[in-house]
Structure formats: C-alpha cells, structure tokens
Design a protein around this ligand. Sequence first.
Ligand code: FES
Length: 211
Amino acid sequence: MPLPYSEKVMEHFRQPRNVGRIEDADAKSIEGSPACGDMVAVYLKVDRESLRIDDIKFESYGCASNIATGSIITELAKGKTLEEAKHITWKQASEALGGLPPIKTHCSILAVDGLRAAIENYEERHGLIREHKPTTIEVIRKRLKRVMNPMVGLDLVRTKVVKDIEIADGVVRVAIDLPADHQFAANIREEISEKIQPLWDVQKIVVEFTE
Ligand code: FES
C-alpha cells in the first residue's frame, strides 16, 4: 500500500529544490541514517562576514521523504545565518511539508542531521567552535560512519571494517580490516583523513591496513 504522502511532499519529491553539489563549497557533510542505511550530502557556501548561507545544495541517496525534506530544509536554510540554520528542526521541516508518516520520521532527521553536520564542518574549518571538547573514540567512530565503504555502498563502521581506533597525543590511529593493496585503500585513507582532520586537537592521522 502506498504511504499517505501530502501534496507538498509529493511536489518537493518530484521537483526538489537545490539538488546537486557545490564544487567549491565552503563546507560539506555526508550523513547516514542508522535506521535505514540511506545517506544525504549537504554543501554550503557561506558569507565570511555575516555568516549567512549564500548557497546550499544537497544530494540524497534516500527515499521520497528524505528528498522532500532535503528540499525543504535547503529552502528554509538559504539566507539564514549559521546560528539560525542550526535551530531548524526535523519537526519544522516535516510541518512545512504538511506532515510525514511517523514511520518516515528518521528520513527527515537524516536531512536535518546533514544540514547540522555541514554547519559544524564550516565552524571547524574556520575556527568558530567556541567550546572545544577533547576528541574521543566515540567522536572518531561517528566520523567514520560518514565514510563510505565503496564496495558495498554503506559506511565503514556498519560494514565492520574498522578494526581498531586509538588516540594518543593528538595522533589518531585507525586500523582498517582490508589489505593495503586493496583497490580502494587510497580512497578510503583520503576520505578518513578528510573527515577527521578538521577536529581541533588532531595533529596526525594514521590509517593502517592489514598486510
Ligand atoms: Fe531511508 Fe527514508 S527510508 S531516508
């Protein structure tokens, strides 16, 4: 039986606004949903002075609800300051869409998480984080959930290839359960570094593959 989607959801699903990527983005994020395994990417262009979102785009690898929510949150966020955009909730997004079936709540949470992670990425890259908490294994694990395992199209944590994580004196060591000569090894190493690098207290990242 088809889900009872509102007219607005269907309209945003059929003609999503702000779809695509921004090649020279000031910040970006990829978030995955623990509930369904789908992913969303958000790209931002931000005015350095006013910290207003000049442009925002998203790519969704999720369902109709996720596409519709991605479309509506990018509309809501455009022109807002980062601080204002941070407070956009999945409830507001869902209300702006005329409601979503409860079973689809996680899809709008995923889109909003994508927006928040992109804002966080901007703040990290530009030294705007006010409260610096020390990086923990949990923080690293969360970042690794944003790195895809290209062989299966799911993240590294969920596909259980992260063997070990260690943090000592600003050095983060990640052990990956794949051979060093694997065709995607360089790719995975680069993606891991990209996600962990912005953390304020990380000086070096070592990604180890199996022999
Ligand atoms: Fe995965 Fe909707 S079911 S985003």
